[in-house]
Design a protein around this ligand. Sequence first.
Ligand code: HEM
Length: 458
Amino acid sequence: MPAIPGTKTPFWRRAPKLILRPLDYFEDHYRRYGPVFQVGEKPLSIYVADPAVIQGIFQADAAQFHIPPQSPGGGLTFLLGDQSLLLLDGARHRRHRRLLMPPFHGDRMRTYGQVIGTLTEQVMASWRPGIAFNVRAAMQEITLRVILKAVFGLGDGDRYDRLRYLLSTLLEGLGTPFSAFFIFFPRLQQDWGPMSPWGKFVRIKAEIDALIYAEIGDRRQHPQPNSSDILSLMISARDEQGEPLSDGELHDELMTLLVAGHETTASALTWALYWAHWLPDVGKRLHQELDTLGQTVDPLSYASLPYLTAVCQETLRIYPVAPTTGIRIVSQPMTVAGYEFSAGSVLFLNIYLVHHREDLYPEPNTFRPERFLERQYSPAEYLPFGGGHRSCIGSAFALMEMKLVLATILRHWQLELPEGLRHPLKPVRRGLTLAPPGNLRLMPLAQRVAQPQALPLG
Ligand code: HEM
């Protein structure tokens, strides 16, 4: 069996390019070594952009892989805690997944659908013709309100206002390309007082933790059996032994859903608005499709529109928010599609590189939603949400949110990109994810239909 090609360059020498220019980093290696390549030595990391191998990995038994043991503060524990689904392994991972999945299925989605339309209208109510707004900030505001409402059922009140403010401040601080160094090099996490970058983070995080624990305490004292929010469902969920999630487990999972569930979707929405306004044909076709629905629309009817769906799919193809899946370490030697992976190999399935394969996506750097109307892609060929036993639990929620928010905005406002942008825009790093440049703005020109009612900002 041929050895996997690659380079032994140590991590500290590769890290600056991986952190600051990740797409160049991946493309250079792909050109030089092909779709499965290894980097470094101890640990040996292997990037995979071959759908046959990815399919084998998605279908393999979960016990075939593990994730790195969590060191205190290492990886993402500083943000999520060490009982987060993203950081658990083995039986505990299976247990948490089983307890967390039900709110993300079926009819529950319909409940969230109405909420998403209303919250989008709340944020749009502050837009004025001729006054440009920052697209990321607006999308982040919408997705944060949506996730707080879906997760906690919170839409107003002091605790909600404070949590909304603190979460956006915290994640904004972690959103710069340089802040990624705190994640990749945990030793930089030093509290030099309240004005130092890490000192600020620690203090905001402590306040958020206290608010989340206070909310959990209130809910335990005053259960809301008929409530459909995710926290209520998680509190009443029981595992196979009849055990509920502890306060600590609930806290870490809530933090995970708040972080994973709104930053990612905000980036995707910002891109979608960019493409819809930079490429006139895309915008025109979207409007034509939306116009077929008439004046008064149940927001959920947006979810089944084929072209709108294809625009969201293409948005997540061309610049996937997560450029790779989460880490998977091989537990026992395995052979997949002709490649031999030794125990201890660290696998990353490279979403970006798969989505840019010429054989799957001709002219991969061109934004062309039609490709999703012309052919179907397998889970190993199109994987913006990863796959297998660690696939994203919020994928259906995120896709529905993208469609509903995009449709609501396009139906209400005629928007324009400012002059002077260098197109096409390229992604920048935002923590572990990739995002559109943070300074992207859009100018409201005129409203398309009656101004949405300015609902009180909760
Ligand atoms: C456009 C939006 C989103 C994108 C692109 C995205 C992408 C991903 C990816 C690539 C993974 C890793 C999958 C793997 O390793 O195979 C993941 C995991 C995860 N996502 Fe998402 N996600 C999005 C939205 C959401 C939302 C809305 C939620 C919840 C409210 C969520 C919760 C999670 C959780 C809890 C995991 C960990 C799953 C596990 O390890 O078992 N994500 N996501």
